[in-house]
Design a protein around this ligand. Structure first.
Ligand SMILES: Cc1ncc(COP(=O)(O)O)c(C=O)c1O
Length: 427
């Protein structure tokens, strides 16, 4: 592949117009949409409208007149279209960590209500730490045990002690993707419930929660959904569970009649009981703009078309890196079916290169990120250079140019400069 080939792919790309929905800084190749999505062009005006008109002029009347009170459901239903949920099954609320606490608690309550002796929450050792921290603390509180294993060992560990299998669909470090339908079926066959974290899936890969028979799901608004820094998260519960069990954060927004102001808690029917406190309206308005940028792909083939382009971008980048940077190794699956929307690389002989190389790339305006290895586990010991590919706004030529920059940073030794070796708080 040469640069002209990449440009020709862009010229023939039916999804190319979707890039105009975003405000991208000049001279930046942004390969970190898996961490913080790009600002949609519509967001600033929409937030300004909410501030000036709905808040400034409408004041408290806007809870009714501007539909603020149903915004968690409205935006939730839009996200639902991206994850195989039916209307009325998804709400936007809180953070992914808090929503995971709610759904995991509800799942443990289901197990306990069945008088089951199952006491294991099973998860992946390299799951995102917040998921493991939440599960660990809940397990301690509720008399369960958190058991961790590598992805390949998980099916063999599902047994009559397993209460819940809790996984992130696409691994944050490697981009490796579980087969949600097969894994959920295996969990159910063993008598366990399946809880999915879709942080790196929603808006990135096709997800079919109903098709997979999943029990619970949560996910982030600020990554591939482009909702902005700290955007609220979402939560989905299968209708077979939603009204059957309470989640523990019994706030007034999840009450059946919040404005009756009665002293006793009565959970709202369905997914609304997963709300807790007052929704952050400005952030919700920004999130809706972000979700709309993904839904704009629906007439062009939707998540299927985005997935095809994402795979083509990650394949192009991985192939170019393999040809240009012999020092680096692919840490993401080479098999398309197993790879999410990111490419992760390691420096096998010199793991200490990963951080300064990422910093040197950022110095050139090529923004990816760095994730530290876990020295206590040989399989994950190496530091990772992580590059997210968001097909909504990335071009083939961006993937090509990023690989060329990476080669230049390595070949020139630019990464040795002291400023690229200084650790920042956020990596
Ligand atoms: C898989 C996964 N789950 C959860 C989170 C964190 O979610 P929050 O900060 O909204 O609690 C992240 C953040 O990167 C993540 O990658």
């Amino acid at each position: 592949m040469n640069r002209q080939d990449a440009l020709a792919l862009d010229a023939a790309d039916p999804l190319a117009p979707l890039r105009h929905q975003f405000t991208l800084p000049e001279g930046v190749l942004y390969l970190d949409g898996n961490s913080l999505g790009v600002l949609p062009a519509a967001t600033a005006a929409r937030v300004q409208q909410v501030v000036a008109e709905e808040w400034g002029q409408g004041l408290i009347r806007s809870w009714n007149s501007a539909g603020w009170i149903t915004l968690p459901q409205r935006v939730g239903d839009k996200i639902g279209r991206l994850i195989g949920a039916q209307p009325g099954e998804t709400v936007v609320a809180d953070s992914t960590s808090v929503n995971l606490f709610k759904v995991l608690s509800a799942a443990l309550s289901i197990v306990q209500a069945a008088s089951s002796t199952r006491r294991v929450i099973l998860s992946e050792r390299s799951n995102f730490p917040t998921d493991l921290y939440i599960a660990e603390s809940l397990a301690r509180e509720r008399g369960f045990e958190l058991v961790l294993a590598d992805a390949d060992a998980l099916p063999g560990l599902l047994d009559d002690r397993t209460a819940v299998l809790m996984l992130t669909h696409v691994n944050y470090r490697t981009g490796r993707m579980h087969d949600m339908a097969a894994v959920t079926t295996a969990a159910h066959a063993a008598g366990a419930l399946a809880v999915w974290d879709l942080a790196h899936s929603a808006g990135a890969v096709p997800v079919d929660l109903h098709g997979a028979g999943a029990d619970f799901a949560v996910g982030c608004g600020y990554k591939y959904l482009n909702g902005g820094p700290g955007a609220p998260a979402f939560v989905w519960v299968h209708p077979r569970h939603a009204s059957a069990f309470q989640q523990p954060l019994a706030g007034w927004m999840g009450h059946a009649a919040p404005f009756a102001f009665t002293p006793g808690y009565r959970p709202a029917p369905g997914i609304a009981r997963y709300l807790c406190g007052t929704p952050p309206l400005l952030s919700m308005a920004a999130l809706e703009c972000g979700v709309d940028t993904v839904l704009a792909a629906e007439p062009l083939g939707g998540m299927g078309a985005l997935r095809a382009k994402s795979l083509a971008l990650t394949r192009l980048f991985a192939d170019e890196v393999a040809a240009r940077c012999p020092q680096l190794a692919l840490a993401s699956p080479a098999d398309d079916a197993l790879r999410g929307s990111q490419v992760c690389l390691t420096c096998p002989g010199q793991t200490e290169l990963a951080y300064p190389v990422v910093q040197a790339l950022i110095g050139r305006g090529v923004i990816g990120d760095f994730r530290a290895g876990d020295p206590s586990h040989p399989a994950d010991a190496l530091d990772i250079l992580r590059f997210g590919f968001t097909p909504l706004y990335l071009r083939y030529v961006d993937a090509f140019d990023a690989a060329v920059h990476l080669q230049q940073v390595l070949d020139s030794g630019e990464w040795r400069r002291p400023e690229f070796n200084r650790r920042h708080a956020v990596t």
